[in-house]
Ligand binder design. Structure first.
Ligand code: SIN
Length: 303
C-alpha cells in the first residue's frame, strides 16, 4: 500500500480523490453506499446567498463521451447549508471543500463570511459556472473580474481559498495568474466547457437553457493540457478535474501537475467511481514500485 496522502494549501488529504461539486450533492445519497471517510475530500454543491431553484428542465443531455448540464446552481442557500448539511459533513473524517457561487461579488463575499465562521476546511470559489445569466463564468473569463472577486472573498476569510477556473476563458493561464496575485491559495480546473446539443426532429436545443456545460471523458485531454499549463504558470497548488474516470486518468492528471483530482461525470455512471479510482491509483503505484504518490506530481517530462 503506497502513501496516497497529499497536501493542498496546507490541508492534508488522506488520498487525492475528491467528488467534484455538483455531482455529489452534500453526500447524503452516497453515505448509504460507502463510508465518506474513504474519500480524500468532498466538494459540496455550489451554494449561493439565497436558495435557487435552478434552471427549467431538461437540464441534462447525453453527448458523445460525456454529458451537458445546465442545472443553474440549484441549492438551498448558505443558511440552510450551514444549518442542515455542514454539521453532518464535518463528522465524516474527510476534507470538506465548500463550493460557493453568486450573482455578484457582494453575494460571494456574504457567503464566504458566513462560512468563515464555521469549521469548514476549505472554500472553493466558483467563478466559472457557464449556466447562469449573472455572475458565474462572467467573473472567470476576464483577469480583472477574476482578480476582483478573489480579492474581495480573500479579505473576509482566512480559510484556504481555492478558485475554480473556467476553460471558456481565452487564456486560463492568465486567469490563474490573476487569481494567485489576488490571494488564492490554490486553483481547481477545469469547470465544464460551454456546449450545445440540438434535437434535429424538433430543431430545438435539447437543454431548455439552450446551452450547457460539457463534462466527461471527451474533455479529459483538454483538462490535462490546461492543468499542465496552469501548474507551470503559478506557484500555488492545482486541483485537476475534467473527465477523470479511472485511476490511470488520475495519475496522468497528477503527472501533468495536479496535487489532487476531482471526479465529476464518472460518478453519474458509477456511484462507486471515487472508491474504485482510489484503489486503482494504489494498484498502479504498487505495480510501478512507487511508495509515495507525491513523487508523481508534475513528473511529466516534455519531449
Ligand atoms: C450548475 O449548477 O449549473 C453547474 C455548476 C457549474 O458548472 O459551475
Amino acid at each position: 500500500m503506497a502513501n496516497l496522502s497529499v497536501t493542498v494549501a496546507g490541508v492534508l488529504f488522506k488520498n487525492p480523490v475528491i467528488p467534484a461539486s455538483g455531482v455529489f450533492g452534500y453526500g447524503r445519497e452516497y453515505e448509504k453506499l460507502f463510508p465518506l471517510s474513504k474519500l480524500g475530500g468532498i466538494a459540496t454543491k455550489g451554494t449561493t446567498g439565497q436558495p435557487r431553484p435552478g434552471n427549467p428542465s431538461p437540464r441534462i443531455a447525453e453527448a458523445p463521451a460525456g454529458m451537458l448540464n445546465s442545472v443553474g446552481l440549484q441549492n438551498p442557500g448558505i443558511d440552510a447549508f450551514i444549518a442542515n448539511e455542514l454539521p453532518n459533513l464535518l463528522q465524516k473524517d474527510t476534507v470538506i471543500l465548500a463550493n460557493i457561487a453568486g450573482s455578484t461579488i457582494e453575494e460571494c463575499v456574504m457567503v464566504a463570511e458566513k462560512l468563515d465562521a464555521t469549521d469548514v476546511h476549505m472554500i472553493e470559489l466558483n467563478i466559472s459556472c457557464p449556466n447562469v445569466k449573472q455572475g458565474g463564468a462572467a467573473f472567470g473569463v476576464h483577469c480583472d473580474s477574476a482578480a476582483a472577486i478573489t480579492a474581495a472573498v480573500r479579505r473576509v476569510t482566512s480559510k484556504p481559498l481555492i478558485v475554480k477556473l473556467s476553460p471558456n476563458a481565452t487564456s486560463i493561464t492568465d486567469i490563474a495568474i490573476a487569481v494567485e496575485s489576488a490571494g488564492a491559495d490554490a486553483v481547481s480546473l477545469i469547470n465544464t466547457l460551454l456546449g450545445m446539443c440540438i434535437d434535429i426532429e424538433t430543431a430545438r436545443p435539447v437543454l431548455r437553457n439552450n446551452m450547457g456545460g460539457m463534462s466527461g471523458p471527451a474533455i479529459f485531454p483538454l483538462a490535462v493540457r490546461m492543468v499542465y499549463q496552469v501548474s507551470h504558470a503559478v506557484t500555488i497548488p492545482v486541483i485537476g478535474m475534467g473527465g477523470v474516470t479511472s485511476g490511470t486518468d488520475a495519475i496522468e492528471m497528477m503527472m501533468a501537475g495536479a496535487s489532487a483530482v476531482q471526479v465529476g461525470a464518472a460518478i453519474f455512471q458509477d456511484p462507486y467511481a471515487p472508491i474504485r479510482i482510489i484503489d486503482e491509483i494504489n494498484d498502479w503505484l504498487d505495480a510501478h514500485h512507487i511508495t509515495d504518490l507525491r513523487q508523481i506530481i508534475g513528473s511529466v517530462q516534455l519531449w
